[in-house]
Design a protein around this ligand. Sequence first.
Ligand SMILES: [Zn+2]
Length: 233
Amino acid sequence: MKKQTVEYDGLCIHVYSFDLMDSRMYMIREKEEIFVVDPSVDDELLKDAGDAGRAVVFLTHEHYDHISGVNWMKEHFSCSVYSGSVCAGRVKSEKDNLSSRFPFLFLTDREKYNYVRSHFSLPYTCEVETSFSEKGELLWKGHRIELYEAGGHSPGSSLIVFDKKLLFGGDNVLDNGRELWGTDGEPRHYREKILPMLRDLSPRMMVLPGHGEQNLLGHFLEILETRHKTEED
Ligand SMILES: [Zn+2]
């Protein structure tokens, strides 16, 4: 998948894949402004944005594959970046945002490894303009965007709710079983904090995950409840 458009309950969401890891960037346009989640560098977004000059950017978490386009966005748009407060601190550290280790994810694949080495300016850091502790809310073009700090997949992970219709779940809401894979996330925290937060939301919400295909929250919850019921700490 390179690019697709998802229509849900009157909303049109542009979906872009950062193809090395299928990390997903999302964009919603309202006339001269765009709302973007987890930016990566992708000229397709510039085409879809047309003459929109202002961007409101939200980050689901601090990992490099979800923030690699923040500085690029700032070159192309008048841009405000929002995140949870823990995330805002960690994107500034090449160690915490994992960018210093990013090429090593591809050590077993020479071709990808060389591509990463030559195409990405690493290590990488960026800045968040506005951060929310625990919970934050922004009204944008008549839409209500809520951010809930959650932890789980990473210390700086948040859940982002758009109009109570869409959930940008970052890497906490995945159906590939990798929500805690390769991170310092704790199974117990996941069970006791993340799952209850997800249960509180409507299962009819459309989840736009950090990797892979979108689906209803009910679908993801069924998978996640089963996976995390029996795991021991
Ligand atoms: Zn991640």
